[in-house]
Design a protein around this ligand. Structure first.
Ligand SMILES: C[S@@+](CC[C@H](N)C(=O)[O-])C[C@H]1O[C@@H](n2cnc3c(N)ncnc32)[C@H](O)[C@@H]1O
Length: 330
């Protein structure tokens, strides 16, 4: 007798199977994959859970579920991941952007507040009316509430996303700050090709340049930045083997391995960043759990006059270090 497979039945089966295999979010993963196999959204899937599936539909779902059973991440199976406010293409060769990395984007956006005179406070407005209000973009370096962006007041803001991977950080900032331009760099040609596809899909190509190479090495001579953002590899090499199979067996080692103590790249970024930052510019980086204090010390040692602050992620873990150079050197 042929079994009558419905989306509900496959969903129940897949959730039980994924749970048994230690997959972290079995229901969401199963819903995403079954919906994909039926070319529907997750909401649409629930509108028609009990209809019998035809052979083609079953084969498509089976192929997708089978890949997840072998621990391939859902984002690689679907070919994309939503990050901040946009959808990013991902694939083997590029790290899947994580929600906690959005803290870097949020901090960058706080640094890039554009506040035309009518949106500034009384004191600021008074200061600006004498002499005439500046039409240059104001970069403000506190966490005051954001103000609406006025295209006529914009200047030329340049951002560097080092170790850009899919481009999730730099491109998300560009989407929010129409006056900014970005340079995206990565050692991996494969990652940079995906970042380029994302920039094209998001309509950002006119404001992005891509350079392949080791950290700052490919940056053209003389180019400097208002903001450097980076989520470099930071897993201590000795911990790679103990990572969940979804990460260890599928995500690129180049995107994970931060050397003996995980801080190899952070050390180099801290040492070199000041040369590429404009006065008053900021360096905002993500690190691993337990690394923030050391990264803060690195910034303190190499970014003269900066008072690096630590920001926590959505889980309360100290995740991001943000350091701003003084506007004027004494
Ligand atoms: C943790 S991933 C971050 C990707 C992306 N920024 C994100 O947050 O999703 C680190 C990236 O650094 C790149 N990378 C590793 N070593 C590098 C180096 N020496 N110079 C430049 N990029 C490097 C990897 O290829 C990878 O794309």
């Amino acid at each position: 007798m042929t079994e009558r497979w419905t989306p509900r039945k496959i969903l129940d089966w897949a959730v039980a199977d994924f749970t048994k295999r230690g997959i972290e979010s079995p229901r969401v993963d199963a819903e995403c994959l079954i919906a994909e196999g039926l070319n529907k959204s997750r909401v649409e899937l629930y509108l028609d859970l009990d209809r019998p599936l035809n052979e083609d539909e079953r084969a498509r779902i089976r192929a997708l579920v089978e890949r997840r059973r072998r621990h391939e991440p859902v984002a690689y199976i679907l070919g994309h991941r939503d990050f901040y406010k946009a959808r990013f293409k991902v694939g083997p060769g590029v790290l899947i952007p994580r929600p906690d990395t959005e803290i870097v984007v949020e901090e960058a956006l706080r640094r890039l507040i554009v506040s035309p005179p009518e949106h500034r406070g009384e004191a600021e407005r008074a200061r600006l009316t004498e002499p005439a209000p500046s039409k240059e973009m104001e970069l403000t370096f506190d966490s005051a509430p954001d103000a609406p962006l006025e295209p006529s007041s914009v200047g030329d803001i340049r951002i560097l996303d080092l170790c850009a991977g899919s481009g999730a950080i730099g491109l998300s900032i560009l989407l929010e700050r129409p006056n900014a331009r970005a340079v995206l760099t990565d050692l991996s040609a494969e990652a940079l090709a995906i970042a380029r596809e994302n920039a094209e899909a998001l309509g950002l190509m006119e404001r992005v340049e891509f350079y392949q190479g080791d950290l700052f090495e490919p940056i053209p001579t003389g180019m400097d930045f208002d903001l450097i953002v980076s989520n470099p590899p930071y897993i201590p090499a000795g911990e790679l083997a103990g990572l969940a199979p979804d990460i260890r067996d599928f995500e690129p080692r180049l995107a994970l391995d931060g050397g003996d103590d995980g801080l190899d790249l952070h050390r180099r970024i801290a040492e070199e960043a000041a040369r590429f930052l404009k006065p008053g510019g900021s360096l905002i980086v993500e690190g691993g759990a337990g690394q923030a204090a050391e990264i803060q010390a690195l910034h303190r040692a190499h970014l003269e006059g900066a008072e690096p602050k630590i920001l926590r992620d959505y889980g309360g873990i100290e995740r991001v270090v943000s350091s701003t150079l003084p506007r004027h050197t004494a």
